[in-house]
Design a protein around this ligand. Structure first.
Ligand SMILES: Nc1ncnc2c1ncn2[C@@H]1O[C@H](COP(=O)(O)OP(=O)(O)OP(=O)(O)O)[C@@H](O)[C@H]1O
Length: 293
């Protein structure tokens, strides 16, 4: 038994190279871990997530080409890499800029160690839901147009910076006031993050979906467009009809009732039941589909 153990040690342990670990090495490991974590979070929260998925598909394709010795494809791939890298930098220039800006303002420790887990599990309070629902239907009654973006996991900082920055607790009174005609903040969209309105008069990307009903104008197109590029829930109140619509995952649910809006907001309130899909609404009920467009 002793001899066996000795042989085992000789065979596996004696050959090991165990480097001397200094305090600097540990600090270095921690710094690299934090950097890798931050880059992963950044990829997850921006369009870079899509790019990463695209790159994985491309790598798999190149691997298959290499296995089957498809030389022309390999030649093209090897020459396209530089161009693709340049293209990625150009396409993701706003995200890269934001990431560098964030470096200066971020409290890295609090993002790595979530201190208040209970608070983290709920995106916004029930008062915020009540405020949004009440304001939307009050505005609908008097035909005041509104466009409200409720941020979820994907940060909308890029769109937030197109408007006027605010830091204001959500309430029905504030929302109604913002969208009041002929006031400085009524044009464009507002962005809600958690319980606060973080920006007003924001410009949202317009959808180029040809299937959208022709009687919808730019407000509704902007709501759908925003829902195509993010996981946000967008509420549009029509100035023409007073109808309240919800856009999510590139789909528009028109003319919803207060109970339905509350239900959709409750759905996105809880972070822990985050939908697994990047294309939301995939798991919709049949009756929901009928309401689109
Ligand atoms: N890209 C955009 N981003 C944010 N807000 C926008 C955008 N495009 C339009 N809007 C808002 O929508 C308003 C114009 O709405 P328009 O009448 O064209 O749309 P609609 O879908 O027909 O809505 P409504 O039923 O309220 O008339 C603008 O005044 C502006 O506040």
């Amino acid at each position: 038994m002793g001899a066996q153990f000795e042989r085992f040690l000789e065979k596996y342990i004696s050959a090991w190279y165990i480097p001397e670990i200094k305090v600097v090495d540990i600090i270095e490991i921690i710094i690299i871990s934090v950097l890798v974590y931050e880059i992963m979070v950044w990829i997850k929260n921006t369009k870079a997530w899509m790019l990463l998925k695209g790159m994985l598909v491309l790598c798999a394709f190149i691997l298959v080409a290499a296995i089957f010795e498809m030389n022309t494809i390999l030649f093209l791939a090897s020459h396209a890499i530089d161009v693709l890298a340049m293209a990625a930098v150009v396409v993701f220039q706003p995200e890269l800029r934001r990431a560098l800006e964030k470096l200066g303002e971020k409290n890295i420790l609090s993002s790595v160690v979530p201190l208040d887990k209970k608070k983290e599990s709920v995106r916004f309070s029930t008062e915020t839901i009540d405020g949004i629902v009440r304001a939307c239907f009050e505005m609908g009654k008097v035909k005041t147009g509104a466009l409200i973006v409720v941020e979820r996991a994907i940060k909308l900082t890029e769109y937030e910076s197109t408007g006027i920055r605010l830091d204001c607790l959500v309430s029905s009174q504030v929302l109604i006031n913002i969208f009041e005609h002929n006031t400085p903040l009524h044009d464009g969209a507002i962005i809600i993050r958690g319980d606060r309105i973080v920006s007003a008069t924001c410009y949202l990307p317009l959808s180029d979906n040809m299937k959208l009903s022709k009687d919808l104008g730019t407000r509704h197109r902007a709501a759908v467009g925003m829902s195509e590029v993010s996981d946000a829930l967008i509420i549009a109140v029509s100035e023409e009809t007073g109808a309240v619509s919800i856009a999510m995952g590139g789909r528009l649910e028109r003319n919803v009732r207060p109970e339905r809006l509350t239900e959709r907001l409750l759905d996105v309130q809880d972070r822990t039941v985050e939908r697994k899909r990047l294309i939301p609404w995939k798991g919709r009920r049949k009756d929901e589909r009928k309401t689109d467009k």
